[in-house]
Design a protein around this ligand. Structure first.
Ligand code: CP3
Length: 345
């Protein structure tokens, strides 16, 4: 069977059409997700492989996207080692006892495969189902800095005041924290590929809160170590963050195959900033809220910016917003498949 177009585009190869998938495609914008999911923490849904696999497949069936993303969350490995994480609906990850001192390093023990059998079983089930359409599954993890921001702040934050204080007041401890997160992240990613994930995305969602100096000193080395430690697996890797326009050149040096571009940066400018490696993005998720016609118009703007160079994976510039009408995303998939001819000779 041919290599899926998504994987070809990740490697910068010529493709028959521009592949498309959506960050947060499996989630609250889908009525079938809400129907299945019920109430309770998302972590409970993730701990049920049959349910999590089904949710992973829902957007593939509905939209015919070119890749599935595992239904999971960036805090799953930390929940699995008992760090004391919950995900509060409408708010995000909340930590009962945030990371504060060297004593807390002991709470970040190595991740064992036995801790994440629910995740690897979900991967196995989803991959089996996806084989029929040769649709690749993307595995993922949070990048060390973004995960650290949750573990240290204890809850979603706007100003990143606590983590920046730790970073600058005790850089040695902060580095030790990042070292632990690198280890856990690598184990988590390798396990997903071992069970059939064919690409990996690292979400450094909040890297955009850092200055270039901070990114270079703290986030970049940790991110690079993660990519180095999965390089032998031979699967394409994607690095994504929000508000990272000023960091894209640095992020691009971390070693991913593909760079995610958020919606703040025009895709053509983003491509130049990442040294013309394959790019993923970058439709503003808010432009999908006004119905099909407006979403299609906005998608065409992104396609025009992308030009016809190979190495474009169409995506949003961040996750699908819960209020998005699925028909608008379906219309985006259609226009990308029909009109996105990047890399066609
Ligand atoms: O993309 C997908 O469809 C796969 C599933 C996925 C989820 N979380 C499921 C989820 C992925 C890739 C993530 C990654 C994730 N989780 C990130 C990185 C991506 C990004 O958005 O920048 C981050 C920062 C988190 C942490 C997190 N988990 C937040 C901020 C929230 C939102 C809280 C809310 O309710 O608005 C969550 C919860 C979460 N993770 C939901 C989903 C579908 C929604 C809550 C639910 O359904 O109960």
């Amino acid at each position: 069977m041919n290599d899926p177009v998504f994987l070809q585009a990740c490697r910068g190869e010529q493709v028959s059409h521009v592949p498309v998938w959506f960050m947060r495609q499996a989630g609250r914008s889908l009525p079938e997700y809400r129907a299945l999911r019920g109430s309770g923490s998302i972590l409970e849904a993730i701990s049920d492989p049959a349910l999590a696999s089904e949710i992973t497949l829902q957007p593939v069936r509905r939209y015919g996207v070119d890749a599935a993303i595992l239904f999971s969350d960036i805090v799953v490995p930390y929940h699995a080692i008992g760090f004391g994480v919950d995900v509060v609906p409408g708010r995000g990850p909340v930590i009962a006892a945030p990371f504060q001192s060297a004593d807390d390093l002991a709470r970040l023990r190595d991740l064992e495969l036995a801790d994440i059998t629910h995740v690897t079983e979900t991967v196995t089930l989803a991959v089996k189902e996806l084989a029929a359409t040769n649709t690749p599954l993307i595995g993922f993890a949070g990048a060390p800095f973004t995960v650290a921001s949750y573990l240290v702040e204890g809850a979603p934050t706007r100003d990143f005041a606590v983590i920046k204080s730790l970073m600058h007041q005790d850089p040695v401890l902060f580095q030790l924290l990042l070292d632990r997160l690198v280890e856990i992240t690598v184990t988590f990613l390798r396990a997903q590929v071992a069970h059939g994930a064919r690409a990996l995305q690292l979400f450094d969602s909040w890297a955009g809160s850092l200055t270039r100096d901070e990114y270079q000193r703290f986030a970049l080395p940790a991110t690079r170590r993660v990519f180095d430690a999965v390089a032998d697996l031979g699967v394409p890797t994607i690095l994504f963050g929000v508000g990272t326009g000023e960091l894209l050149d640095l992020m691009s040096s971390a070693g991913s195959t593909v760079m995610g571009i958020d919606w703040h940066v025009d895709l053509d400018a983003g491509r130049r900033r990442v040294g013309h490696k394959p790019v993923q993005g970058n439709l503003d998720p808010a432009r999908c809220l006004g119905g099909e016609a407006l979403a299609v118009e906005a998608a065409r703007e992104v396609l025009a910016r992308a030009g016809r160079d190979a190495g474009h994976i169409f995506n949003l510039g961040h996750g699908v917003l819960p209020a998005t009408d699925p028909d608008a995303l379906a219309a985006v998939v259609q226009v990308v498949h029909d009109e996105g001819k990047a890399g066609v000779r």
